[in-house]
Design a protein around this ligand. Sequence first.
Ligand SMILES: [Zn+2]
Length: 278
Amino acid sequence: MADVVAALDVRYPPAWAEEWDRVGLVLGEPTTPVRRIACVVDVVPETVDEALAAGAEMIVAHHPLLLRGVSSVAATTYKGRIVHRLIKADVALYVAHTNADVADPGVSDALAARFGLTGLHPLHRPRPGSPADAPGRGIGRIGQLPVPMTLAELTRHAAAVLPVTAWGVRAAGDPGRMVRTLAVSGGSGDGFLAEATAAGVDAFLTADLRHHPAGEHLAAGGPALLDAAHWATERPWLDDLAAHLRDALSVETVVSDLDTDPWTVHAAAPRPDKEPRP
Ligand SMILES: [Zn+2]
């Protein structure tokens, strides 16, 4: 396992993570042999079930299991139960979060690839002088769509090329607006609205967008917004992660397609006044 940790630490150095983040090896005995690695966005009971059933000795996750101060991992708690199951099964856990977001290639490169974006550059650059600061690195990517399309077309396209979720994709702005330049940011990109505007892109796709910031952003003339499911924007990275692990080490990988987005139901009433029927 020490070799896997070393390889991951090279591609996603923990020093590149945001200060509030908690990344790297969470659980595990470095001398344990690792033959199979499970790649997941979230460490939840269902993805742990998958990893154990697949015979993985290690899980590499995007989201930290333990982010804030922890004073108990008793099995009577939700996260403590997960910790117990992993330790009893001798399964290690490694997290690459904002250090994988900022990396090149990173989480948003895999998202950008789903749209065939070209001429990629970062949306949010690391703080100058910070450990992650280097050309090409940063959170989110900006690129050109292979074929310009309207916002309505792009929204349907996004729903088709992203992993399927109940949430799907919703968009904000003029449905007829032409989109050539697209910014994408895997996960919660709420904080990068001003940077998307400053970059002069036609649209910005991310997750977890909210009423007031989105409305005020559009009222100020900012790019159109596409709000996808958080899991769906980060799941594409798992394929890149798994391919890298197979190439760098002689290990097998399993990639979880279990949708860990909390939203499970979506309904839309017909709105012929806003959206032309197909
Ligand atoms: Zn995320």
